[in-house]
Design a protein around this ligand. Sequence first.
Ligand SMILES: Cc1ncc(COP(=O)(O)O)c(C=O)c1O
Length: 450
Amino acid sequence: MNAPEKLPPTDAVRTDAQWLAAHWMPYTGNRDFKARPRLITGASGAYYTTHDGRQVFDGLSGLWCSGLGHGRREIADAIGRQAATLDYAPAFQFGHPLSFELANRIVAHMPAGLNRVFFTDSGSEATDTALKMARAYWRTRGQAGKTRLIGRTKGYHGVNFGGISVGGLVANRKAFGQGVEADHLPHTQPPAGSFHKGMPPTGAELADELLNLIALHDASNIAAVIVEPLAGSAGVIVPPVGYLQRLREICTQHDILLIFDEVITGFGRMGAWTGSEAFGVTPDILNFAKQVTNGAQPLGGVVVRQDIYDTFMAAGGPEYMLEFTHGYTYSAHPVACAAGIAAIDLLEREDAVQRVRELTPKFEAAVHSLRSARHVTDIRNYGLAAGLTIAALPGEPAKRPWQVAMAMYERGFYARYSGDTIAFAPPFVATPAEIDRFVAALGETLDQTA
Ligand SMILES: Cc1ncc(COP(=O)(O)O)c(C=O)c1O
C-alpha cells in the first residue's frame, strides 16, 4: 500500500495549551504532549494523517489493534448501519441478534473446546472477568479456598486492579497500593544479546517455578495462572520452546485453571487465529480484545471451555437467577458487535493469517538487520511482532526509547516505546517495502540518538 498524498493541514484543530488542558490523557506524558501536541486527524490503510498535514506510517497497528489497516469501509458501514438500526439494547436480561452471531464467529476460530464467550469492552475488563470467573468456578465446585491468582513478572493484563495485581510491570503497580492477592512466575525474557529469531530454544524450565508456588501455597488454594502467550507490552517476549506446554501440564496435574491473555496475540498477529494455535497449547480460558474489531470499536471478551460454563449453569439455582453476577453496561454493545462481525469477515476474506505468515520471514530479516544498530542490545520477534531493547541512559531508563519514538514520529513513522523497548507491529496490510522503510528510518534514528 502506498503512502497517500500529503494533505493540507486541518485549520480547525486547536492545539493551544489552554484548550488541551481539559483532557487528562491516558498513559501519556501530559506536560510534554501539551507542549508539543501530536494530534491525529485521520487514518487510511497503514497511515495516519496528523494535524499538521503529515502522513505517518502506523508501526504498531494503533495499539496492536488495527491489523487490517485503517478506514476500512466495510467496518465503518457496519457501524453506521447498526447505530441507525439499534444503537443500544440493555445488556442484562435482554439480548440482540448480533452478540450471538459474533460469539459464533469467534468460537469458529478458537482452539477446540473453547466455545462459550462472555463479552467485555476492553482487555482490562477481560482480565477481571476471567479472574473472577476462575474464583467463582472453584467456589461453585465446592472448592472456595482456591482463590490465589498467579501471573508473571513483566506480564501486562491491563490496568484495572485485577490486571495490575497479576501483571508484573512495576510502573503499573507501585503507585496504587494493595491489589488482589497474587504471586508471580519469573518472566521468560532471554538475556540481552540473545537476538533470538522466533521462539528461544531454552527457558522451558522456567515454567517449573509454578511447582515452587504450589509447594508454598498448595494447589487447593490456587485458582488460576494467567499469562500472555507472547508478552507484548513488556517488550515482545516470545515463549521459549516447550514453556507453555510445561505450564499446561502442571496446571492440569494440579487442577489449576490456565488463562491465556490473547488481547494482542488473538486474531492473526501470530500467523494463526490465536497464540494458542500458534504455540500449540490450549488454555482453559482465553481473553481477547483489540484486533477483534480492528480497533474500530471497544470490545473484548473471555472464551471458556464448555464445561466451565456448564458448571455455572448447573449451580445456578432457579432458572430466573443469575449464574454469574458480573457484566458491563456495554457488554456486547450492538455497534461493537457489528464492527467485530465486519472485522472477522475481512480477516477471513483477506486471509489475514496467511498474509502474516507470508510477511513473517521478511519482517524477521528486516528487524534483525538492526542487530548492530547503535544502542540496540537485543531483538525478539514472532509473527508480526518485534521488540528491540534499547540501552538505557544512566539513571533514566525510559528516556532514550522515548527520544527514539519521538524522532521517528518527526520522520513520519509511529513507533511505540514502552520501558526499555521499541516495539514494531505493523498492520497485516503493510508491504515489505514499508517494513523496510520503517526499519531503515529506525536504524538512522538510533544512529542519531545520543
Ligand atoms: C495482553 C493485554 N491484556 C490486556 C490489555 C488491556 O487492554 P485494554 O487497554 O483494552 O484494557 C492489553 C493492552 O495492551 C494487553 O496487551
